[in-house]
Write a protein that binds this ligand. Sequence first.
Ligand SMILES: Nc1ncnc2c1ncn2[C@@H]1O[C@H](COP(=O)(O)OP(=O)(O)OP(=O)(O)O)[C@@H](O)[C@H]1O
Length: 361
Amino acid sequence: MNSVVSRAAIEPRPQAPAEEVVRLIDVKRRFGTTPALDGISLSVMRGEILGIIGRSGAGKSTLIRCLNGLERADSGEIRIEGRDITGLQEQELQPLRRRIGMIFQHFNLLSAKTVEDNVALPLKIEGIARAERLQRAQELLELVGLADKAQAYPSSLSGGQKQRVGIARALAARPALLLSDEATSALDPETTRSILALLRDINRKLGLTILLITHEMEVVRGIADRVAVIDAGRIVEEGQVWSVFANPQTDITRSLLGGIRPQLPDHILGRLSATTGSEVILSVDLAGPQAQGALFAELSATLPHSFRLVHGGIDHIQNQPVARFFIAVPARDPALAGKVEQFLAARSARVEVLGYDADHV
Ligand SMILES: Nc1ncnc2c1ncn2[C@@H]1O[C@H](COP(=O)(O)OP(=O)(O)OP(=O)(O)O)[C@@H](O)[C@H]1O
């Protein structure tokens, strides 16, 4: 991964650590009878990466368009660096828009311009002299690992390289906020990881604030500090990424997490019965020190032969262990599953009885 960041490339302004770059208060936007945004309140602090995740139609694009002033909110406040933008005229919005850099799913590069000219374009619009803007473009291309592609045209670049150019261009005018609109959705998993690592690297070293809109939990997991889950124009869940992964509170979040958390294998799920079987199948969710695995050794010592591990694993999110296991408890002693459940719940595990495994021998 080529993501060595030079501090001089962006020259962040030193700021108080707890300053809000973005604040939304009860923002509403309706299209006919559809409430695209139905009372959104949220903050993004300077230097933070906030992931906003939701299914198709949840309101993500409307939120982005309201943030960059392309769409007007019907009511509520949208503050960028403390300034309410909701009542501003188009002319007044322009300098504020320059405080927001954007990267897009399809990169939006100008095909007739070189990489260097694409990156320098926001500075040209600002009226910066050519020599100065090309020097800045060169610094930024070094920042994103593409110093040797300055004279290339976008058509000769891979998707990952095009997005690196997009990131360099978004940073050209030294924005206070980087808005990422599904920026990795068109990329393969490996390229996605390298782009997320680059964004994380820039965020850590330079304190860049990032608001990242996505429908993929993998993206949130890879980069965000905090996550807000949006559904039908409302934030239905919000918190530290590891904590939301460990203990999702809504069905929407659970369904968005579905693809990346261990699930009971289909062949076992398919034969579960609600009433009878040789084993009771339990899911066990753990976070923090209890997720390190010692809990099952303890359970085994306290209640010998009380379970077998069926499936699952330990993940690490924001350096916190987050685990999900599926265990099978013999059903011949009807009280045993209850004892196991009690033992685990007393040690902060979230336990759910999924059913009886009818066919296991
Ligand atoms: N210009 C518009 N006119 C009418 N309805 C709209 C308009 N823009 C958005 N909507 C509706 O508002 C709701 C939210 O749409 P939005 O595009 O913000 O969702 P999204 O989360 O970005 O979805 P996707 O991931 O599919 O882009 C949807 O029901 C959509 O149909």
